[in-house]
Design a protein around this ligand. Structure first.
Ligand SMILES: O=P(O)(O)OC[C@@]1(O)O[C@H](CO)[C@@H](O)[C@@H]1O
Length: 705
């Protein structure tokens, strides 16, 4: 039997998840034994090749014998189901009076790519989601188990942890991996943490609770949240970052590239005429784009060495040169021709930008540079005007707004002085200042003038936001852009949004942010160039970290002064796409509305912008955002999953013809711009601090707005 659906089977609606795999509509039953379940957790060497040429560990391969037994049972007509598919095919059913026999059930897995506008899911066996859940994520988990076992003593020493806790965490990861590869249902979180109830409710509300059969976004985020829970369940590993060692190595591996960039920064931040300033802005945007290749989750935790990667890419091009552009008409290159591309990819980060020009398949960088500068100038005028006119509304209205919303009014829990304890004689009034009322007039202390966040419609400073992706070189590149925007006086503050837990292997946490600044300050690198840079006399150039240290020192100052602000709001590690932010976290949405523009970095953020569906590649970015318009948006990402928008007509089809897996490699990039942002109005709900630090009298000061 073949489980492949009809080729032309209709995709679901953009919002509805297709009832995966159950043509009858009923969800497949679980709980029956899964033949040939892989032995979870056995740390494993790599083996079979993935679509992108990566290898898979032994422990996640389907075992030969059960699969071939199964193949016998179902006949050889269809594809051989993978381990986690099997329970749907052969559930032992008891026939009254007879033996247990295998019963064929319809498979929930479809042998197709993700249909257009349908959420990315492990259900679609030709998709990167399926491949990622089956091959990538188990390897990432196996590597944690390997690391815990290999470095146990060091972890105990560094984390001041007990051996018992390391073993406990290892067991949790092993169980998680086993649950994933055998496609179990999500287990609720057990450890009481501030977000536990929310997560358990979200799990409860999923139509399909199985790892492969629910939306890829939910499953992946859930796996990273469960990893964190593995640590929360211990006494001594609560703050342990199991990816930290990999992130630190990644920084070291790319230090030469960072030195090269730092050497150019002095020239870029110096006062310059508008054309040069624009060209530098564009260059830095592209640097940020290609730095997104340094993603340790795509490389399954293997180090991404950019110099080596450039050499590999050159070799790949040599073996598989791009076809020449079609000669249409007078031999002009058609607008949508498959890119011819260069034959050498330089390891020099600035040359790389030029070499990869044809791989930047949507490039709004010029528009971004122009419009961010213009919008920032307009905003600067408003901010200055509001400050001069003292136009910020400082009277707290939160009690009124709470009443209006039908919310309970919050009482200040700080104990009030007991009137019975008051001295009988009131203290004499302080002497009135000159000109301040008549004799005996008590000088009322002036309440501090703090703008009420619920009433802010103009930010207190001009801010540019970066929703960060990976630590190490990618964060370094983001900071270079931030530095440029500050030194060129385009904006006054940069808000870096990072994750509050170890996330997708290499995502930035607050600790990584601080580490990068410290590591730049302390860098001590001096080596002959490995990118082929030479002095005038032809001798290899010695690359040094002097300018990198200068950058580090400046960033430290910025961070101390609040000009660089790092924020790790919970929403970034929720399993939700951004179109849901306004409903789930209106305070964060409101904070973002105060930015002059928000740059979203990386593939995962891009997926969240697209609603994690296989988007229409020819629809404009603004329409693809499905209403998520807190401020003008810049999407910067190397393509590592099957969703994209805003391509010129025909481009997606051409790229697909050439290589159906082109969206999985990270070889292509987009720099896209949506200029529209929703205007910020006075809020109809109390401020973000209501009931914690604000009790309707004075709103606390906000440095992030
Ligand atoms: O966000 P990033 O670092 O650019 O990429 C993260 C990534 O490797 O992980 C995601 C999920 O596994 C994929 O979509 C993507 O390939």
């Amino acid at each position: 039997m073949s489980s492949s659906p009809q080729a032309g089977s209709k995709p679901g609606s953009p919002t509805s998840t297709p009832k995966a795999g159950s043509p009858t509509g009923s969800p497949p039953k679980s709980g029956s034994p899964t033949p040939g379940s892989p032995k979870a957790g056995s740390p494993t060497p790599a083996s079979p090749k993935s679509p992108s040429g990566k290898s898979t560990p032994e422990s996640v391969k389907s075992k030969k014998s059960p699969t071939s037994q199964l193949q016998k049972a179902i006949g050889s007509g269809g594809f051989v189901p993978q381990v986690q598919d099997e329970e749907y095919y052969t559930r032992p059913d008891f026939i009254y009076g007879g033996p247990f026999i295998a019963v064929k059930l319809p498979s929930p897995f479809l042998d197709i790519d993700t249909p257009r506008l349908v959420p990315l899911q492990g259900t679609f066996r030709k998709s990167f989601a399926y491949y990622s859940l089956k091959e990538r994520l188990p390897v990432i988990l196996t590597k944690i188990i390997d690391y815990l076992s290999r470095e146990k003593e060091k972890i105990i020493r560094d984390q001041k942890a007990t051996e018992e806790d390391v073993v406990k965490f290892m067991r949790e990861v092993t169980k998680l991996k086993n649950d994933l590869v055998t496609n179990k249902e999500y287990a609720p979180l057990k450890m009481k943490s501030p977000d536990t109830e929310k997560w358990n409710l979200w799990i409860e509300n999923q139509d399909n609770k199985k790892y492969f059969l629910n939306n890829w976004m939910f499953t992946e985020c859930y796996v990273y949240r469960r990893l964190k829970e593995g640590c929360e369940l211990t006494k001594t590993l609560k703050n342990f970052d199991y990816f930290e060692e990999q992130k630190r190595k990644a920084f070291q591996n790319n230090i030469e590239i960072m030195c090269l960039v730092a050497d150019r920064m002095a020239d870029m931040i110096a006062v310059s005429e508008p054309n040069k300033r624009k060209a530098d802005f564009v260059t830095l945007l592209k640097l940020c784009l290609w730095a997104n290749r340094c993603d340790l989750s795509l490389s399954l935790g293997s180090q991404v060495d950019l110099i080596q990667a450039a050499k590999d890419a050159t070799e790949k091009l040599r073996l598989n040169p791009p076809p020449p552009p079609p000669t249409k008409g007078k031999g002009k290159k058609g607008k949508n021709a498959a890119p011819a591309g260069p034959i050498i990819i330089s390891a020099d980060p600035f040359q790389m930008i030029v070499d990869l020009k044809d791989k930047t398949i949507a490039d709004d960088s010029n528009k971004i540079a122009d419009q961010v500068v213009n919008k920032a100038a307009v905003m600067m005028d408003k901010v200055v005007a509001a400050q001069q006119a003292l136009a910020f509304k400082t009277q707290c209205s939160c009690n009124r707004l709470a009443k209006q919303q039908g919310m309970p009014i919050c009482e200040d829990p700080t104990p009030k002085p007991d009137p019975d304890d008051q001295p009988l004689e009131p203290p004499p009034p302080p002497p009135a200042a000159e000109g301040e009322g008549g004799e005996g007039a008590a000088a009322k202390p002036e309440p501090p003038k703090i703008p009420c966040p619920a009433k802010l419609t103009v930010p207190q400073t001009v801010m540019f936001d970066i929703v960060c992706d990976n630590a190490g070189y990618e964060l370094f590149a983001d900071m270079c852009l931030a530095h440029f925007l500050i030194e060129q006086k385009i904006v006054q503050k940069i808000r870096f949004h990072v994750k509050n837990m170890p996330w997708f292997v290499s995502d930035v946490t607050v600790r990584d942010f601080k580490f990068l600044i410290e590591a730049c300050c302390n860098a001590q690198f001096s080596q002959p160039s490995s990118t082929g840079a030479v002095e005038e006399d032809g001798t290899p150039k010695v690359i040094k970290s002097d300018n990198l240290k200068v950058l580090g020192e400046q960033w430290k100052k910025y961070a101390d002064e609040g000009i660089f602000l790092v924020m790790d709001e919970d929403f970034w590690t929720y399993p939700h796409c951004f179109k849901e932010m306004k409903k789930i976290d209106p305070n964060l949405y409101r904070k973002l509305q105060l930015a002059v523009a928000i740059m979203f970095k990386g593939d995962l953020n891009y997926r969240k912008l697209m609603g994690d569906v296989n988007a229409n590649p020819y629809l404009k970015l603004q329409a693809s955002l499905q209403g998520f318009l807190p401020a003008p948006i810049i999407a910067v990402r190397t393509v590592k999953s099957e969703t994209i928008c805003g391509l010129p007509k025909g481009r997606w089809d051409l790229l697909n013809q050439r290589d159906p897996k082109w969206m999985q490699t990270g070889d292509y990039g987009v720099l896209q711009w949506c200029p529209k942002g929703e205007a910020l109005k006075v809020s109809d709900r109390p401020c973000i601090d209501y009931c914690t630090k604000c009790f309707g009298i004075i709103c606390p000061e906000h440095l992030d707005m």
